[in-house]
Design a protein around this ligand. Structure first.
Ligand code: UDX
Ligand code: ADP
Length: 461
């Protein structure tokens, strides 16, 4: 058989936002291999086996359906599948530690370590272990020690293959990635293992886009890519504050600077702040690593990216309260969007969580409308019980409200009948557009006072 066509048993441990879509794509594009995804969460696995997938991602169901029960399987039988596997991807969660040394910054590697021990205990043959979850630099070394300290004479080769997909565009990102990065040890067995993974991706990704590196570079590149992306958002968000004071328009500034090919146009949308499971966690990781090596200035530099993000969220709420006559107590305020970005139901680290909590502390009556994120929103705000109302229909959600705050850039919010919404609201009616997606002049003409990011407000008083 030619290279890359020999049937392999591929396993992924962790059926989350990364593991599920990535394995679905591998299975769809490599019908010659068997791909199994396992998780300790039986409910999640059941959902992956149904048409009601556990995560919302455009076009994901089509890709899953193409391969499911052909060469894509979801299971809770972890040990049995470890035994059979040639290649094991690990994409279990690596949240920020909430306790002990490094609390609030370092990655909590307990799930990873448990998985590594599980692999050793269940294995009966040599395997390639692929780090998919974002991990702090040099984790591969620790994992390799745990894996290879076995008395069964087994050898495990650890590769780092960080995932760069963004939620909401996961399928597109997996289908046509900017690059696939595979790091390995630069030993003979490391390079051979790396080649096996290259051969899998080469089924649909062009060779020039498959980049190999040493394992530490691969691990660090993931953290650095996310830190740079987040840094661009914090940079433009810091400028948005200045624009609001100077009558400059942040979108015009972004357009002008983005046309410089050295800067580039992407990731310059000023917003209420970035969210998502990666940016903050990865920067904190970078900060922790820098501190560990005594690089205090480096740590402070990256920490400031998070500080600006928090400042952006805080000043958004402060402005809401201030312009609504310094009190929101008892006022109905409708949040349009709770997901951390459009086209996902994910709310992890969403700026909406902070904003909703602050408004609730100020005794506002908060109503949340989101096309896909209401289940997660309910969990995030569980402590507030019936104080928060969840209403998918934006018209019902904004009836009798004093203000609407747009927190997620869902396309559906741009095509609503704002005349109708205005008529149903308490006057004066406010719009706070935290994503700059609405037609502000039109809203102002209707009668709204409009507050936006990085542009002077349009007020009727
Ligand atoms: C990110 C990285 O993009 C991806 O490569 C990595 O694998 C995981 O982390 P994700 O968090 O899913 O992906 O979404 P992303 O599109 O990066 O958006 C993150 C946050 O930044 C969102 O809250 C988004 O609304 C915000 N954002 C993005 C802005 O505020 N302005 C922008 O210009 C771009
Ligand atoms: P990500 O966004 O990185 O994919 P998720 O939290 O969505 O993270 O997914 C991680 C998944 O890993 C969860 O479904 C969780 O149940 C699973 N998981 C955690 N620890 C283990 C383990 N030891 N064995 C199998 N699955 C695990």
């Amino acid at each position: 058989m030619s290279k890359g066509t020999e049937k392999k048993q591929i396993l992924c441990i962790g059926a989350g936002y990364v593991g599920g879509p990535t394995m679905a794509m591998i299975a769809a594009r490599c019908p010659q291999h068997d791909v199994t995804v396992v998780d300790i969460n039986a409910q999640r696995i059941k959902a992956w086996q149904s048409d009601d997938l556990p995560i919302y991602e455009p076009k994901l169901l089509e890709v899953v359906k193409e391969a499911r029960n052909r060469n894509l399987f979801f299971s809770t039988e972890i040990d049995e599948n470890i035994k059979k596997a040639d290649i094991i991807f690990v994409s279990v969660n690596t949240p920020t530690k909430t306790f002990g040394v490094g609390a609030g910054k370092a990655a909590d590697l307990q799930y990873w370590e448990k998985t590594a021990r599980n692999i050793v205990q269940a294995s009966e043959s040599d395997k390639i272990i692929v780090e998919k979850s974002t991990l702090p630099v040099r984790t591969a070394r620790a994992m390799e020690r745990i894996l290879n300290a076995n008395d069964k004479g087994l050898h495990f080769e650890v590769l780092s293959n960080p995932e760069f997909l963004a939620e909401g565009t996961a399928i597109q990102d997996l289908e046509q990635p900017d690059r696939v990065l595979i790091g390995s040890q630069e030993t003979e067995s490391g390079i051979a293992a790396r080649q096996q993974l290259v051969d899998i991706y080469a089924n649909w990704v062009s060779k020039e886009k498959i980049v190999t590196s040493n394992i530490w570079s691969a691990e660090l590149s993931k953290l650095v890519a996310n830190a740079f992306l987040a840094q661009r958002i914090s940079s433009i968000n810091s400028i948005s504050a200045l624009c609001e004071k100077t009558e400059a328009n942040v979108s015009e500034v972004a357009r002008a600077i983005g046309m410089d090919s050295r800067i580039g146009a992407k990731f310059l949308n000023a917003s209420v702040g970035f969210g998502g499971s990666c940016f903050k966690k990865d920067i904190l990781n970078l900060v922790y690593i820098a501190e560990n090596y005594g690089l205090t200035e480096v740590a402070r530099y990256w920490e400031s990216v998070i500080a600006i993000n928090e400042y952006q969220e805080q000043r958004f709420v402060r402005q809401m309260i201030k312009v609504m006559f310094n009190t929101v107590a008892g006022k109905k305020i409708t949040l349009f969007g709770f997901a951390f970005k459009k086209d996902t139901g994910d709310t992890r680290e969403s700026p909406a969580i902070y904003i909703a909590k602050r408004l609730l502390e100020e005794k506002a009556q908060v109503v949340i409308s989101d096309p896909k994120a209401l289940v997660n929103a309910k969990n995030d705000l569980a402590e507030f019980g019936s104080e928060v109302i969840f209403e998918e229909d934006p018209y019902k959600a904004s009836k009798d409200a004093h203000a609407i705050a747009v927190l997620t850039e869902w396309d559906s919010f741009t095509t609503l009948d704002y005349d109708k919404i205005y008529r149903s609201m308490v006057k004066p009616a406010f719009v706070f557009d935290g994503r700059n997606i609405l037609d502000h002049d039109a809203l102002f003409k209707i009668g709204f006072s409009v507050f936006r990011i990085g542009r002077p407000s349009l007020r009727h008083f």
